[in-house]
Design a protein around this ligand. Structure first.
Ligand code: ADP
Ligand code: MG
Length: 556
C-alpha cells in the first residue's frame, strides 16, 4: 500500500468515525431510531460471537441476559444514579452467567442450544412469577431523562468497549484457547487448556455486555413487561446476524447487523404477521449459502497466533521413576478393561505396551492422561499423585499424549495447533519453538496450512508436534506408527529414537513389532486388561503366553 493511499484510508476512517459519533446531530427521529437498532444489535451480536463464534456453542440465551439487564434498569432506574444502575445490570448478568455456565457448559452441541433456550424461558417465567406475586403488577414504568441522543451515545460507548475487549481477547492466549476448545475440546484439554474455566470466563464476559445493553435500552420503552424484555425473537435475530456476517471474527457480526436490521425494519412494516416465517427462511438461507458469513468471502477472520511463550524450566528428578503406576484398574459397568496394572518408567526410557485389540491399552493410557478416572490404584508423575486431577492439569504437569484416532484442530493452522499446546504449559523440558518442533516432525513447510487439509500421516506428525509443544516430561503415543507405509515407518522410528536421545520419556502402545524391538528397552504385554508378561522385547515376544494371547486375539 502506498503512502498516499494509506493517508486517504486514514482520512476516510476518521471521517466515518466522526460521522458515526455525530449521527444524532443530523439524523432525525426515524433514522436515529434505526441507528440505535443497528448499534444495539451490533453490541449483542458481537458479544454473542465473542463466546459462541470460537467455541461453536450456539447460545439462545441472549435475551435472558438482555432482559435481566432491562429489568434491573426498570427496578433501580428511578432510585439510583445511572452509572450504578449499569454496574448493577452488569453484575446481575455476570452472576446469572456464572451460575448457569457452571451447570451447563459441560453440555455440548444441541444439548447446549436447547438448554440455553430453556434458560431464557425459565428466567422469563421467574420474572413473571415475581412480578405477579410479589410486585403485584406485570409491567413497570421507567420514566427517565435519557433522550434518544444520549441513548445512542451510550450504546456507541458500549459498542466501542465490546470491540476493544473482543480485540484484546482475540490477541490474548484465551482467544486461541477458545478456538482450540471449539475445534476439539478433548485435544485442547490434553494440551493443558482448562476448557471449563476458559469457556465460563468468556461466557460471563459476553453475558455482562448483553445485560448492560438491556439496561441501556430499557428507557427506550418507558413501559417494560416480560414479553418485551424477554422476547425470544431477539435471541434468534442475534444468532442470524452474527452468522450472516461471520461469527468467527471480531468485525464479522456487524456486517450482518446492518443489512438485517434494515430488512427486519421493512418486514415489520410490511409483513407484521409473517415476520417469524421470514426470519426462519433467512436463517436457513444464511446457513446454506454463507456458512462462514460475509466475512468468510474475504478470507479474513484468522486472529494472529500469540508470540511463543517460554515456560520456566523446572528441576527434574533423575533418580526416582518418572512415572509410577500401582495397581491401576478401570472398569466399565462390570467390564474390567484394565485390571490391576503396575509398572514404573524411568526418566529417558521408552516403554512399549503391546497386546491384542481390546486388551485395555488405550484405556490404560486414558487413565494416565486424565481422560478417565481409574477405578482404583495410584498413578504418580515425578512424585505428584495424578489420581483425581483433570486432563488439563495432568497436561500442565508435563504429560502429553497423542490419540489412537488422530485428533487435530481442523480449522486452525498447523502453527496454531502447536501454539495451542503452549498457552498454559508450565512444565520443564524442551523449550524448542513451535517452528523448530514442526521442522523436527517434518512439517516445516506447512505452518499456515489448515490442519484439516493435511494427509493422515501429516496429521499424526502434527499431533506429535503438539504433544511436544507442551514441553512434556512424558509422552504417551497410542499406535502413532499405525497406518504408515514402510518408508514413513522408518522415518517415524528414527524420529522417536531422536526424541529419546534428547532425553524424552515415552510410553508407546504399538502393534508394529519392529518398532518395539528397535526402540523399547522394556515392554509390557497386556491381555484382557491384565499384564501377562514384561521384559525385553525379544524375550516377551517369544513367551508362549504372549504367543497364545496374540493367536487367540482378533489381531495377530
Ligand atoms: P486396546 O486399546 O487395547 O485395543 P481398549 O482400551 O480400547 O483396548 O479397550 C479395552 C476394553 O474396554 C474393550 O473391551 C473396550 O470395548 C472397552 N472399552 C473401552 N473404552 C470403553 C468405554 N468408554 N466404555 C465402555 N467400554 C469401553
Ligand atoms: Mg487402543
Amino acid at each position: 500500500m502506498t503512502a498516499p493511499v494509506r493517508t486517504l484510508l486514514w482520512c476516510a476512517g476518521v471521517a466515518l468515525a466522526a460521522a458515526i459519533v455525530a449521527y444524532p446531530l443530523y439524523a432525525n427521529g426515524y433514522y436515529l431510531a434505526l441507528g440505535i437498532s443497528v448499534l444495539y444489535f451490533t453490541i449483542l451480536a458481537t458479544a454473542w460471537a465473542m463466546f459462541s463464534g470460537p467455541t461453536r456453542y450456539i447460545s439462545l440465551a441472549t435475551v435472558a441476559f438482555f432482559g435481566l439487564g432491562a429489568y434491573t434498569a426498570a427496578v433501580l432506574g428511578e432510585t439510583m444514579p445511572w452509572p450504578v444502575v449499569l454496574l448493577a445490570a452488569a453484575g446481575v448478568g455476570a452472576l446469572t452467567a456464572v451460575i448457569t455456565g457452571l451447570s451447563t457448559l459441560r453440555l455440548s452441541g444441541i444439548y447446549f442450544v436447547i438448554f440455553s433456550f430453556g434458560l431464557a424461558e425459565l428466567i422469563r417465567q421467574l420474572v413473571i412469577w415475581y412480578e405477579v406475586n410479589i410486585h403485584k403488577s406485570v409491567g413497570r414504568y421507567l420514566f427517565s431523562a435519557v433522550t434518544q441522543d444520549i441513548l445512542y451515545w451510550q450504546l456507541l460507548g458500549l459498542a466501542a468497549l465490546v470491540f476493544l475487549v473482543g480485540w484484546l481477547l482475540g490477541r490474548s492466549r484465551y482467544g486461541l484457547a477458545l478456538r482450540a476448545i471449539g475445534a476439539d475440546e478433548t485435544a485442547a484439554s490434553h494440551s493443558g487448556i482448562d476448557a471449563t474455566r476458559v469457556k465460563l470466563g468468556v461466557f460471563v464476559l459476553s453475558a455482562t455486555f448483553i445485560a448492560m445493553t438491556g439496561a441501556v435500552m430499557a428507557p427506550r420503552w418507558t413501559y417494560i413487561d416480560p414479553a418485551i424484555a424477554f422476547n425470544p425473537t431477539i435471541s434468534f435475530q442475534v444468532v442470524i446476524m452474527a452468522l450472516l456476517g461471520g461469527a468467527g471474527s471480531l468485525f464479522g457480526p456487524v456486517l450482518g447487523v446492518i443489512p438485517l436490521v434494515l430488512l427486519f425494519e421493512v418486514l415489520t412494516a410490511t409483513l407484521p404477521n409473517h415476520f417469524s416465517i421470514v426470519l426462519g427462511i433467512v436463517f436457513v438461507l444464511i446457513v446454506m449459502v454463507l456458512p462462514n458469513g460475509v466475512i468468510g468471502l474475504f478470507g479474513a477472520g484468522r486472529s494472529r497466533v500469540p508470540a511463543e511463550r517460554r515456560a520456566a524450566a523446572s528441576a527434574r528428578t533423575m533418580d526416582a521413576p518418572l512415572l509410577g503406576v500401582e495397581g491401576v484398574s478401570k472398569s466399565f459397568s462390570g467390564l474390567r478393561a484394565v485390571d490391576d496394572v503396575s509398572f514404573t518408567v524411568a526418566p529417558g526410557e521408552i516403554i512399549g505396551i503391546i497386546g491384542p485389540n481390546g486388551s485395555g491399552k488405550t484405556t490404560l493410557l486414558n487413565t494416565l492422561s486424565g481422560a478417565l478416572r481409574p477405578s482404583s490404584g495410584t498413578i504418580r508423575l515425578g512424585g505428584t499423585v495424578l489420581n483425581g486431577l483433570r486432563a488439563h492439569q495432568i497436561a500442565r504437569l508435563g504429560l502429553a499424549r497423542t490419540f489412537q484416532l488422530v485428533r487435530v484442530m481442523p480449522d486452525m493452522t498447523v502453527a496454531e495447533n502447536v501454539a495451542a499446546a503452549r498457552l498454559f504449559s508450565t512444565s520443564g523440558g524442551s523449550d524448542a519453538t513451535g517452528s523448530e518442533l514442526l521442522d523436527l516432525v517434518g512439517l516445516g513447510a506447512m505452518h499456515e496450512a489448515p490442519a484439516g487439509d493435511l494427509t493422515y500421516i501429516d496429521q499424526k506428525r502434527l499431533e506429535l508436534a503438539r504433544a511436544l509443544a507442551l514441553q512434556p516430561r512424558l509422552v504417551l503415543l497410542d499406535e502413532w506408527l499405525a497406518g504408515l507405509n514402510p518408508s514413513e515407518l522408518e522415518a517415524g522410528i528414527a524420529l522417536i529414537a531422536k526424541l529419546r536421545d534428547r532425553g524424552l520419556t515415552i510410553i508407546m502402545v504399538e502393534h508394529v513389532m519392529d518398532a518395539i524391538r528397535a526402540l523399547c528397552g522394556h515392554c509390557i504385554v497386556m491381555n484382557a486388561g491384565s499384564v501377562i508378561a514384561r521384559g525385553a522385547p525379544d524375550e516377551v515376544l517369544t513367551d508362549p503366553k504372549v504367543v497364545a494371547a496374540y493367536l487367540g486375539g482378533e489381531d495377530a
